[in-house]
Design a protein around this ligand. Structure first.
Ligand SMILES: Cc1ncc(COP(=O)(O)O)c(C=O)c1O
Length: 463
């Protein structure tokens, strides 16, 4: 049984989060080793003089993140992540072809009408009125230091990432982050076998191919990526959406998180974590990112596209410091970096609490919209099953067997509902489904739109 030293600050609130953070740090730094049993929640609660529920919440968060495992009869133990997965750095390592543009209104896009114009304007104004002119010269190609500092703090706090400013490179969104990471990983190699989820975000496929990757499809089931299949097929790297799989919406299960990290540690494989919509988790705290579990093996990429607006084209990559430095150099050679004024504005927005406040507001609003969509579908399209709604801005709808996906998508789009067929996201054929975005469907309109959809589809018969 571990002798746990957890210190909490009662004035700060979020006690469960504080306990989870302390235990996470102890695991990361090897003070708690794999297999170590943690005190029973009742005992730790008594030691800390907090309610047992608070300790249970902290343990559950760490189980969901893959740091702990919990088995009936065996209590709660530190997960068997080998220390190699935590400490061995990813080796840094030449690029190759095709692009089909898709603009606007994706099912994963946020409600742009809610963009915090006033507060963003205040941040831009602050930058323009206070910064010396010199800083508007070419910036650091890895990103302005102020933003990297702010983001490191934000990612540690909100995504339980294990990052410092020198792990971060500022990029123009997840798409560029993944391109840049692949650019660096494929340098000096004869090609990179990149495992991708099947189904996946088909819009990303051209960028993966252009970066020179050979794609290895790995199926996704109701726990996320099937890691045994990844092992069986073999790959140098894997691109994954663990917080909210695209398109199915599955959250990678704790057991799979651990299994994936074991694969990475044993095979030397790199995990590319696409954290595109992870701030939006509706029924519990966001599950910490995989990068926080094994920072030496995982390259995390995120952006403000879902929280603020895709048009800002602002994002980040967190990678082991050497790899981050290679990406920074590549940015310096390829295009001289991201827009400096916007970077300073985002740093100010984060520092002054604007980002957190906006996220809190939008989480509440999107949850209302999600609930209204789910209710409307249950009432008016009972033959359709909704899943993947624990997080993110889209739902996955299973259509009855034999349905024509386009017979749903066409009328949905006519009604202003962002919808995509699932077929093109599959590398191997599967049952029919559609992805529907709820971020731009106000709760009070959900029933009317879904009812309208039913009317338009009757005659086309999806069932
Ligand atoms: C799964 C997934 N990854 C990445 C992206 C691209 O995000 P970004 O705007 O940050 O490049 C999207 C955009 O819709 C997405 O759905």
């Amino acid at each position: 049984m571990a002798d746990l030293h957890v210190s909490i600050n009662r004035d700060q609130g979020g006690i469960a989060g504080q306990i989870a953070a302390e235990i996470r740090e102890s695991i990361r730094h090897g003070r708690l080793t794999p297999g170590t049993r943690l005190p029973a929640s009742r005992d730790l609660a008594a030691d800390l003089q907090v309610s047992r529920g608070v300790v249970v919440e902290a343990y559950e968060q760490l189980v969901a993140e893959g740091f702990l495992i919990s088995r009936v009869g065996a209590g709660t133990q530190v997960a068997p992540i080998s220390s190699r997965s935590m400490t061995d750095a990813v080796p840094a390592s030449d690029p190759g072809p095709v692009y089909s543009p898709h603009y606007g209104h994706r099912p994963t896009s946020p409600d742009l009408g809610c963009f915090p114009r006033e507060r963003w304007l205040a941040s831009v104004r602050h930058v323009l009125t206070t910064m010396p002119s010199d800083v508007f010269d070419y910036g650091d190609p890895g990103g302005v230091p102020e933003l990297r500092d702010e983001l490191a703090g934000y990612l540690r706090r909100v995504r339980a990432a294990d990052v410092r400013a020198d792990n971060l490179v500022i990029v123009g969104g997840v798409a560029q982050g993944i391109s840049l990471a692949l650019h660096v990983l494929t340098q000096g190699t004869r090609g990179l076998r990149l495992a991708v989820e099947d189904p996946n975000s088909h819009r990303q496929v051209p960028l993966l191919l252009r970066a020179g990757a050979e794609l290895v499809p790995v199926p996704v089931d109701d726990q996320g990526l099937v890691v045994t299949e990844l092992r069986a097929r073999g790959a140098d790297a894997v691109l994954i959406t663990p917080a909210h799989q695209y398109p199915t919406g599955v959250v990678l299960s704790p057991a799979r998180r651990v299994a994936l990290m074991e694969w990475a540690a044993e095979s030397g494989g790199v995990v590319l974590e696409d954290d595109y919509d992870a701030e939006f988790r509706f029924d519990r705290d966001p599950v910490g990112c995989l990068q926080g579990l094994a920072p030496a093996r995982v390259i995390l990429s995120g952006s403000v596209s879902k929280a603020l607006a895709p048009g800002l084209r602002l994002g980040w990559v967190a990678a082991p410091a050497e790899l981050a430095e290679s990406m920074r150099q590549a940015r310096g050679e390829l295009d001289l970096g991201s827009p400096v004024i916007d970077q300073y504005a985002l740093a100010h927005f984060l520092r002054t609490g604007g980002y957190d406040k906006h996220l809190r507001r939008m989480r509440r609003e999107y949850r209302r919209r999600r609930d209204a969509l789910v209710k409307a579908v249950a009432e008016h399209l009972p033959e359709v099953r909704v899943r993947g709604i624990a997080a993110g801005l889209h739902a996955y709808l299973d259509l009855p067997p034999g349905s024509d996906e386009d017979a749903f998508v066409g009328p949905a789009r006519e009604l202003g509902l962002a919808a995509d067929p699932v077929g093109p996201t599959r590398l191997t054929p599967g049952p029919p489904g559609v992805v529907v975005g709820f971020a731009r469907l106000p709760a009070h309109r959900a029933a009317e739109v879904i009812q309208g959809l039913k009317v338009r589809m009757s005659g086309q018969n999806i069932d």
